[in-house]
Design a protein around this ligand. Structure first.
Ligand SMILES: Cc1cc2nc3c(=O)[nH]c(=O)nc-3n(C[C@H](O)[C@H](O)[C@H](O)COP(=O)(O)OP(=O)(O)OC[C@H]3O[C@@H](n4cnc5c(N)ncnc54)[C@H](O)[C@@H]3O)c2cc1C
Length: 424
């Protein structure tokens, strides 16, 4: 292990005293202790990377449930192309690598005392904290909707029981019925996710319910990879998917879960199945700790992921404002890796290295039809994580079916590699 500066040693040992009074699990003397909240893409990546580069650190991963179902590839489950079990993982792989797993809900971050408070009252002390808890859905922002109605109009925007419910509703939909999807304005988790879902549901309908229709009621006028999606819809599912942009609907003003209608400023859309994706924000856990400042997402130092509002706390993934990077699992996992290096350096009393970050968002418009957008990001002179000019971009329109089959294979391979790295 590298040597600490005297100041750093003092800071760490002081917090160890506090920690040893409060911490669960027990803290080994003299070992830097990093606590991570959220065992999804950002948190699992940070935990695995940190243990790999600093085997002498204590790395504690706090996460709500013993199993994690991924949103990536959940649209394939909804379309009946993969079993739900294929997107669900446990934490044995991380535990075998020496990450201490704490299953439970964190309810408060006491950032001045460097402690995470758990639902059962346990307090977990840290030297540095990494948080990647994903998103919170703003159910009541839509008049007529609230969390209790999510089973009637599922969102399926957090993978789990909602994914299975939406899959089953779609499978049971009457012949020739209508599937209505309400999509929020930006920013939200996975910008291309709703349009991937529309394509994969259309694939299911083409085989099982060929006269069914899909209507996307959108909270914006344009969307990620739009030219690629619309080309694919016309090619694979002609006439089945209608996209109603914000300027043609004026925004959702009310929903009626009993009647299964979505009313916009200009029109009411009736569905046999309604997939209502509410607007989103960073979880209350972070906003209550002041990590959002005056806003609903968490600003960070884009080179170190450290919060300007709480020294020693690093925010990753969907909850954070990470420059030009989209809210994706790929982004969150890369951020987790870079943040692990930053935290390791800071706890060793060294200046953190500057990372170059990558993202690729694959979307499957059919099980064998893939499209993608990629980006490379670097912190600029103003401290913003910006797309590097001349890199990335979308895959081409007008490509052959063989090209699309290859992109679908890359998407599946990305998913297998990523989940093996995080949970395998
Ligand atoms: C339909 C859909 C398809 C998608 N497809 C893709 C894709 O193909 N590729 C891609 O890159 N991205 C995709 N995404 C986006 C991706 O799922 C998210 O961007 C990613 O999961 C964000 O990672 P995260 O670490 O911020 O949050 P998450 O991965 O959601 O992890 C958060 C974790 O924190 C836990 N947690 C939350 N609060 C607490 C608490 N208080 N205490 C303890 N634990 C807590 C949660 O239970 C969860 O385990 C998709 C999203 C959707 C909805």
């Amino acid at each position: 292990m590298k040597r600490f500066s005297r100041r750093e040693t003092l800071a760490i040992s002081t917090s160890f005293v506090t920690g040893s009074l409060l911490a669960a699990p027990a803290k080994a003397q003299g070992r830097p202790r990093v606590v991570i909240v959220g065992g999804g893409f950002g948190g699992a990546s940070a935990a695995r990377t940190l243990r790999q580069i600093e085997p002498d650190f204590d790395v504690i991963l706090i996460t709500e449930a013993a199993q994690f179902s991924t949103c990536p590839f959940s649209n394939m489950v909804i379309a009946g192309e993969r079993p739900f079990e294929a997107i669900t993982f446990g934490y044995d792989g991380l535990a075998a690598r020496g990450v201490q797993i704490v299953i439970g809900r964190a309810i408060e971050l006491q950032t001045s005392g460097q402690v995470v408070v758990m639902e059962d009252g346990t307090k977990v002390a840290y030297d540095r904290l990494i948080v990647s808890p994903g998103i919170e859905l703003k159910y009541t922002d839509i008049p007529g909707y609230d969390e209790a109605l999510q089973d009637r109009m599922p969102h399926a925007w957090k993978a789990g029981a909602q994914t299975v419910l939406l899959r089953d509703q779609i499978a049971a939909m009457r012949q020739g019925g209508t599937f209505v999807m309400s999509v929020p304005n930006n920013p939200y988790r996975c910008p291309p996710g709703p349009y991937e879902r529309a394509g994969l549901v259309a694939h299911f309908f083409k085989k099982n319910n060929p006269t069914a229709k899909i209507i996307i009621v959108d909270g914006k006028d344009s969307f990620s990879k739009q030219a690629l999606f619309t080309e694919a819809w016309d090619h694979l599912y002609p006439g089945m998917i209608t996209h109603v942009p914000f300027s043609d609907n004026g925004g959702v003003i009310e929903v009626d879960p009993e009647a299964l209608t979505v009313t916009t400023a200009f029109e009411t859309f009736a569905g046999d199945v309604v997939n209502l994706i509410p607007p989103q924000r960073a979880p209350q856990l972070l906003l209550q700790a002041g990590l959002g400042g005056d806003g609903e997402w968490c600003p960070i130092d884009q080179a170190t992921f450290e919060s300007p509002f709480a020294p020693g706390v690093h925010v990753l993934g969907d909850a954070a404002i990470v420059g030009d990077m989209p809210k994706s699992g790929f982004s969150a996992s890369v951020q987790g890796g870079v943040c692990a290096h930053v935290v390791a350096a800071l706890l060793q009393g060294e200046p953190p290295q500057q990372g170059v970050l990558l993202n690729t968002c694959y979307s499957l418009v059919g099980p064998e039809y893939g499209i993608s957008v990629a980006g490379v990001y670097r912190v600029n002179a103003e401290g913003r994580l910006k797309s590097v000019e001349g890199t990335g971009g979308t895959s081409p329109t007008g490509a052959s079916d063989d090209f699309r089959v290859s992109e679908a294979a890359y998407a599946k391979s990305w998913y297998a590699n990523m989940t093996t790295y995080l949970f395998g």
